[in-house]
Design a protein around this ligand. Structure first.
Ligand SMILES: Nc1ncnc2c1ncn2[C@@H]1O[C@H](COP(=O)(O)OP(=O)(O)OP(=O)(O)O)[C@@H](O)[C@H]1O
Ligand SMILES: [Mg+2]
Length: 309
């Protein structure tokens, strides 16, 4: 947290938020605050209520009870009101227009929220270029978004938020489809923007990232805040325990007998044109083998990398 953040009035306050879908209670009296330049992680297991809380914050879903205020002003169930008040939510699909260029996507919200409906194209293109420069990101402003790799799309979504003068950026599971170096780059950008006073609510399951970038953490379990506080008060065990409600045993499991048995499924040198090349795979009795790979745009006529462990 920067100096401005510590002890300052929260820029965002969510008070006693409650939400149920029919008989299912999704959120129970949730409180969350964010100060200027603070990066807060919203952590919790699948189904703990994180996305619902974000949707209530952005005005897309209405709460059954409770209040959301931005800069001391109460927000209603009003997505445009939330955007013009400086809130920007980046969902996992980034909500970009694939057939429009990078600059058209970055300038899109300004064309909608600006009082000047005819906000000039040249001015929006200039704004997009300046915003990418501010983020120290090199992306061709005229490239169609659909041709960009996932990591660049995400940076375009952040640039769109900044171009629209977002003061709070909410990112729902932003690193799921990124490589290690792309995650590191994203975290650098978050840290730099935080120094400019931008606040972040960062939804993540990934413990390493939480410790790398967040100042504070709020843990949701079954729709309730079980613990919150500065990240310095947590270690991995405490955080995982808060998320799962179970204590963690991080002992290594002994090597199972199955791992030294002969494989009952073995493949070697498998290939399929345009998909993968030279894949070896073995599966032994009692073993769980995961096949992992990155999301990548299909390159015409070239095989995609594929890894198996
Ligand atoms: N529109 C809906 N109608 C009914 N139940 C819903 C609806 N949206 C969410 N839920 C339920 O609310 C609970 C919380 O869901 P939510 O998506 O907020 O969790 P989450 O913490 O974001 O999970 P994940 O980590 O999987 O994204 C879940 O039990 C989910 O099934
Ligand atoms: Mg979710």
């Amino acid at each position: 947290m920067n100096d401005e953040a510590s002890g300052s009035t929260p820029i965002l306050q969510m008070r006693d938020i409650r939400k149920a879908y029919g008989p299912v209670r999704v959120l129970e009296d949730v409180n969350l605050e964010l100060s200027t330049g603070e990066v807060r992680c919203l952590a919790g297991e699948n189904g703990s209520g994180k996305s619902t809380l974000i949707k209530i914050l952005s005005g897309v879903v209405s709460a059954d009870a409770g209040q959301v205020s931005l800069n001391g002003r109460q927000l209603g169930n009003d997505p445009m009101g939330a955007i013009t008040a400086g809130l920007s939510v980046i969902y996992q699909d980034f909500s970009l227009f694939p057939n429009l260029s990078v600059w058209e996507n970055i300038g899109f919200l300004t064309s909608v929220t600006s009082a000047d409906v005819l906000h000039k194209r040249s001015a929006r293109r200039r704004l997009a270029i300046d915003t990418l420069k501010r983020m120290q990101v090199e992306i061709d402003p005229d490239a169609p978004v659909e041709l960009l790799p996932v990591a660049s799309k995400q940076l375009v979504a952040i640039a769109r938020a900044l171009a629209n003068r977002a003061r709070i950026i909410v990112m729902d599971e932003p690193t799921t489809a990124l490589t290690r170096s792309e995650v590191a780059h994203l975290l650098e950008i978050v840290s730099a923007l935080k120094k400019e006073g931008v606040s972040f609510l960062f939804v993540s399951h990934k413990i390493e990232e939480v410790f790398a970038v967040c100042d504070t953490v709020t843990v949701l379990r079954d729709g309730s805040v079980v613990v919150e506080g500065p990240i310095g008060e947590f270690d991995t065990e405490r955080l995982v325990e808060a998320m799962t409600g179970r204590s963690v045993d991080s002992q290594r499991l002994p090597r199972e007998e199955s791992q030294v048995q002969r494989p009952f499924l073995a493949a070697s040198g498998l290939g399929r044109r345009g998909n993968f090349v030279d894949v070896d795979l073995e599966l032994r009795p009692g073993e769980i083998v995961s096949v992992v790979g990155l999301l990548a745009p299909a390159e015409p006529n070239s095989p995609r990398p594929c890894s198996a462990t």
